[in-house]
Design a protein around this ligand. Structure first.
Ligand code: NAD
Length: 367
């Protein structure tokens, strides 16, 4: 979500679009408006050097249009890095639709949005994000082929969450290998915070390997279900961050690693699905490094979902999806080793590998 709100004065005088704090050499920003359906959307195409920009559409009741703009700029940039580090021939993009989905989302609005996506001629592919359902992507598909994440019955790759969980599992095992010299999770005390679509599948995978699983969620019913199914212990204490554990897997919210929690953490490894786990990428990345906590960059290990939707564009099947997701293990190890060798934080090491890949491709294109 938006992390900084500028004052009206700053916005007007100093920060029209190209001066926004979140603007990062984006290639194209498309403002879409339709009076009849009430559509107000922004499509951010950050970078298409590696391939067409792919990223979901988020529908959210933003406080101001500036918040929406900053969100789409920040999120589309993040997608460029996620695709690049995962080795996909994809660029980064994202779209936001302004408004409460429960109040203004209609099939007509989604189709109108799809027509705007279509005008980009395949430079941007959309998908599902917050406030969207698979059925909305099916509606968009009626007016443009440049959409992924559609129903399996309509030729889509289906629910990405199990693939995301598998990638997190791979990243976790690679991090364990780096931290303990062995990637076997048997007997490790692992806390999964958030046992939703991704978290539950992760609990299944690590339980099968014999981990000692601790689960936390605000949904009591799910806690009961998942605990019964996988014999996982429910966390009932008052301060999860101070709990003794080997591995912490944030799978609920972003920014759980922050000024308040970071000093309490006892885990040796952090590897989870949530986006933007570090409240501040720089300062908290450095603090984790100082505490010798191995942090698997979130945008790398939660990339299973994007691999899954990319398969729709490339038309490849289950086996290739799984192979690419398994490769998250090798990439995670490469990044952790690079960070150790260079003294960079793991996040910075991941960013630099992504940037190198884009720069190499650009130099070929520019020849
Ligand atoms: P989800 O909504 O299915 O599950 C989230 C779970 O977290 C829910 O069970 C919810 O009750 C719980 N939760 C919310 N607040 C909590 C709190 N304060 N403490 C403990 N639990 C809390 O979401 P998901 O699809 O499983 O995604 C989980 C995370 O992974 C999200 O941050 C998402 O952005 C990220 N992610 C998901 C995918 C995917 O394929 N689904 C891909 C990439 C990243």
């Amino acid at each position: 979500m938006v992390t900084e709100v500028l004052t009206a004065h700053q916005l007007k005088k100093e920060a029209p679009v190209f001066g926004q704090w979140s603007f990062n050499d984006h290639e194209q920003i498309v403002f879409c408006h339709d009076k009849d359906t009430g559509l107000k959307a922004i499509i951010g195409v950050h970078n298409t050097i590696l391939g067409p920009a792919l990223g979901g559409t988020r529908m959210y009741d933003y406080k101001t249009e500036w918040d929406a703009l900053n969100d789409v700029l920040r999120l589309s940039r993040g997608m460029t890095y996620k695709a690049a580090i995962t080795g996909l021939n994809l660029g980064g993009g994202k779209a936001v639709i302004i408004g409460d989905p429960k109040k203004i989302k209609t099939p007509e609005l989604m189709k109108r949005f799809g027509k705007f996506v279509h005008t980009l001629g395949g430079k941007y592919y959309t998908a599902e994000d917050v406030g969207m359902e698979t059925s909305d992507m099916d509606t968009v598909r009626e007016v443009t082929p440049y959409v992924t994440g559609i129903s399996e019955s309509k030729g889509g790759a289906g629910n990405p969450s199990p693939v995301t969980a598998y990638g997190v599992y791979m990243g976790m095992k690679a991090s364990a290998q780096f931290a303990y010299g062995n990637d076997n999770l048997e007997g490790k005390r692992i806390c999964v915070q958030g046992i939703g679509h991704v978290g539950e599948e992760l609990v299944r995978l690590i339980s099968e390997e014999g981990a000692n699983v601790l689960i936390s969620d605000i949904n009591e019913e799910r806690l009961h279900q998942v605990s019964t199914m996988y014999n996982a212990e429910i966390y009932r204490g008052k301060d999860l961050y101070a709990e003794m554990m080997d591995i912490y897997a944030p799978c609920a919210l972003g920014a759980t690693i922050n000024d308040e929690t970071i000093h309490k953490l006892k885990a040796k490894v952090i590897a989870g699905a949530a986006n933007n786990q570090l409240a501040d990428e720089n300062t908290h990345g450095i603090l984790l490094q100082e505490k010798e906590i191995v942090y698997a960059p979130d945008f790398l290990i939660n990339a299973g979902g994007i691999i899954n939707v990319f398969a729709e564009i490339e038309g490849y099947g289950r086996e290739q999806i799984i192979n690419k997701t398994e490769n998250i293990y090798n990439t995670t190890l490469d990044i952790l080793n690079k960070a150790k060798a260079t003294g960079m934080t793991t996040n910075a090491a991941a960013n630099s590998i992504a940037e190198e890949r884009i720069a190499t491709k650009k130099s070929i294109i520019d020849l």
